[in-house]
Design a binder for this molecule. Structure first.
Ligand code: TXA
Ligand code: MG
Length: 348
């Protein structure tokens, strides 16, 4: 009894000394300009700041600080030879990071930035191996989200050159589209001086289109909201998709990626207790748990990842998704769903 009492009082004493809040990263909701300034300073000081973009939340670090960038890899548990996208606030900074920019890439920049499009360009000296995964190219993007743009502007005001930011999830998992999803994914891996900026739900909901501009004509490496048709009409070139066959270590191009814990199966075949995601016009099969009923492809993209996460929160074993048909954004949604569904045991 005496020992127990002593143990309780020791725990009480330690809890008085340690403020548990000091051990966790801070989450800032609807950040003010002052809080964004503080976050930019945290980046300059080598800490990590997760922030919203119009696509998904990113886990940011100063793209010229090797130690900070190395932490991104360990927090995400991502292989170090998978390159990171560098985010900038204005096309003026392109020449710092990239060389030999083809005219068709400049056309894409003028048309779609700020926006959900990442360009792969030949890298400059500034882009070091710890960003490019040892490749000769660099991924660049100007996001179209106010918190992200303000953070970039404040960061650049302090002398920063770009924010490296992969999606703020553990390697292989679903990208977060809300700050609470970032917290669920990464809070146990972030430190007390790291920050999460909460800017609400991401408007687009799936990752940027990735366009390789290192060749004579553009190649789509990852389809997104800037569709193949849009790239073709702006560049005047026929565009090919080159997802899996590339040599590049591009994690989003792995066959199995963007996956929840539940098994994802595509089609209409359901069993009792399955989760179910489909356009609103498709009725819910008897015995399934409806996770989302988007009314359009745009809404499908926006809620897809949170619906898959909801399935995990419910502890569902299997989520059946009816893919949207058509081109444009539907191609990008099918791309992510096929990755979420592959590498898992098939139902048959
Ligand atoms: O929407 C997005 O792109 C989000 C937000 C935060 O900007 N970012 C994002 O980053 O999705 P990440 O790292 O999760 O996915 C970017 C993909 C990775 O598969 C990476 O390997 C690839 O882009 N990538 C980056 N640089 C590349 C390069 N130089 N060549 C080929 N692929 C590259
Ligand atoms: Mg990612």
């Amino acid at each position: 009894m005496g020992t127990r009492r002593r143990r309780v009082s020791v725990i009480y004493f330690i809890s008085k000394l340690v403020k548990w809040d000091d051990l966790c990263m801070e989450i800032i909701s609807n950040p003010t300009q002052t809080e964004i300034k503080k976050s930019a300073q945290a980046l300059m000081d080598g800490h990590l700041v997760a922030f919203p973009t119009e696509t998904v939340y990113g886990l940011g670090a100063d793209a010229t600080n090797e130690k900070a960038v190395t932490r991104i890899y360990s927090v995400k548990d991502r292989p170090v030879d998978h390159p990171l996208i560098v985010h900038i606030s204005s096309a003026k900074q392109l020449d710092q990071w990239a060389i030999d920019i083809p005219d068709y890439a400049t056309n894409l920049v003028n048309e779609f930035w700020p926006g959900p499009m990442t360009l792969i360009l030949k890298k400059s000296e500034l882009a070091k191996e710890f960003i490019t995964g040892g490749q000769e190219s660099i991924g660049l993007r100007i996001p179209d989200q106010q918190v992200a743009l303000k953070l970039l502007e404040e960061f650049e005001g302090l002398g920063g050159l770009g924010i490296a930011a992969p999606s703020a999830n553990r390697f292989g998992s679903i990208s977060p589209t809300t700050a609470s999803a970032v917290e669920i994914e990464l809070s146990s891996f972030l430190g007390s001086e790291d920050l999460i900026l909460d800017g609400g739900q991401c408007l687009i909901g799936i990752e940027s289109s990735i366009i390789d501009c290192t060749k004579a004509t553009p190649v789509v490496l990852r389809p997104g909201a800037v569709s193949i048709e849009m790239v073709e009409s702006v560049t005047g070139y026929g565009v090919s998709i080159n997802s899996i066959k590339t040599n590049t270590k591009t994690s989003g191009l792995f066959e199995s990626h963007y996956a929840p814990k539940a098994r994802v199966t595509l089609g209409m075949r359901t069993e009792f207790g399955d989760g179910f995601i489909a356009l609103a016009e498709i009725p819910t099969p008897i015995g399934t748990v409806r996770l989302a009923s988007p009314k359009s492809c745009e809404e499908f993209a926006q809620i897809l990842y949170s619906a898959l996460r909801l399935g995990d929160q419910f502890g569902l074993m299997n989520i059946v998704v009816v893919e949207p048909m058509g081109r444009g954004l539907a191609i990008a949604i099918r791309d992510r769903l096929n990755k979420a569904a592959s590498g898992k045991r098939s139902r048959d």
